[in-house]
Design a binder for this molecule. Sequence first.
Ligand SMILES: Cc1cc2nc3c(=O)[nH]c(=O)nc-3n(C[C@H](O)[C@H](O)[C@H](O)COP(=O)(O)OP(=O)(O)OC[C@H]3O[C@@H](n4cnc5c(N)ncnc54)[C@H](O)[C@@H]3O)c2cc1C
Length: 163
Amino acid sequence: MAIQPWRTGKVIRIENATYNTRRYWFEIPELSSFDFEPGQFVQLDFPIHEKPAKRWRSYSIASWPDGTNVFELVIVLVEDGAGTPWLFNNVVVGSEIPVRGPQGVFTLHEENLQKIFFLFAPVQVLRLSGQWCIISAGIILLVEIFMSSSVAALQMICYTTMN
Ligand SMILES: Cc1cc2nc3c(=O)[nH]c(=O)nc-3n(C[C@H](O)[C@H](O)[C@H](O)COP(=O)(O)OP(=O)(O)OC[C@H]3O[C@@H](n4cnc5c(N)ncnc54)[C@H](O)[C@@H]3O)c2cc1C
C-alpha cells in the first residue's frame, strides 16, 4: 500500500473514556470517505519538536470502516510523554491536526478467520480493572473476530466497559 499524504484532520468530538483515556473522533474534510481496513493505524503530527520524525505518533483506528470521512482513536495519556500531554491539554473540538494514513498491514482477512489466534497483553486494562476485564476482553475479542470488525475496537470497548 502506498504511503498516504499528510491531510488535515479536524477533531469533531471528544469523550472521556476513563480518567486517563480519551476517545477522539477525527474528520478528514478533503475526503468524502476515509477508507481503511480494521487493524490499521494513523499517524498524528503533534507540534512538540522541530524535527518532523520526533513529532509523529501512531494510533490504531478504533472505529470500523463505515464509508464516511470520520474515524475514532482511543488515546491513553502518558503523563511523562511529549505528545499525549500536549494533546490532552491543547486539543479541543474544532482543532486541526495533520493526519497520515491509514497505514499498516496487520489486518483481518475473512478467508483467514478460522486460522487466527490472537494473543494480547492488556497491561493497562489489568492495572485498572482486575481480572474480570480479561474475561470480557476475551469474549469481545471472539465477537470481534467473528464479526470481522476492528480488533482495535477491543481496547475501546474495554475502556468503555470499565468507565
Ligand atoms: C502502531 C501503533 C499503534 C498505536 N496505537 C495506540 C493507540 O491506539 N492508543 C494509544 O494510546 N497509543 C497508541 N500507540 C502508542 C502511541 O504511538 C504513543 O507512543 C503514545 O501515545 C505515547 O506518546 P507520547 O508522545 O505521549 O509519549 P513519548 O514522548 O513518546 O514517551 C513515551 C514514554 O517513553 C519515555 N521516553 C521518551 N523518550 C525517551 C528517551 N529518549 N529515553 C528514555 N525514555 C524515553 C517517556 O518518558 C514516556 O514514558 C500506538 C503505537 C503504535 C506504534
